[in-house]
Design a protein around this ligand. Sequence first.
Ligand code: ITT
Length: 192
Amino acid sequence: NRLVLATRNQGKVAEIAAMLEGVGVEVVTAAELGLPEVEETGTTFEENAGLKAESASKASGLAVLADDSGLSADALSGAPGVYSADWAGEERDYEAAMARLQREVEAAGGDRGAAFRSLLILQWPDGRRVLSRGEVRGRLVFPPRGEGGFGYDPCFVPEGESRTFGEMSAEEKRRFSHRARALDALRAELGL
Ligand code: ITT
């Protein structure tokens, strides 16, 4: 009962593996299996999650779970969105990405509204797919705060909170997160 996490992002791996504890699947990662990296040429979360799911499925012959996600700023009409990882560049420099976000949001009038979104695709070896989405609204804070989580977590405060995702424990982030909501929706869909 193995499930491949079709991601190279260790932050996603940690969160998804923790959320799947007790579900009765053995989680293996794309890196552990030496699966090829995928070029994310899509322009939507759905397309990119589909590319990752298809590639890992073909290469492993196992059931796979892919996540495509990102942070969308209201002031920037949804950017960086699908391009959230691109903003961090090859070096995965999220301090630079958050500094750019602050500059662009301020230049665009300063609206701090934002949302994290996650799109999950579970794909079986026969090609069958189930797709689910999760979202959390909140606001951007600068300078970023906290060492927890990954990516843009230090500059995002979910609605109803005063701390950033970066200032929360993994368990606390999970109470709000787009990824937890998408995975809950997926489990509901599957009756798990
Ligand atoms: P894989 O494609 O291998 O899964 P990736 O990091 O490139 O890894 P994406 O293409 O989906 O993943 O890019 C999503 C980016 O959005 C990710 O790199 C983070 O910067 C950001 N992001 C998504 N979920 C996040 C979260 O829970 N906390 C902080 N940042 C997040």
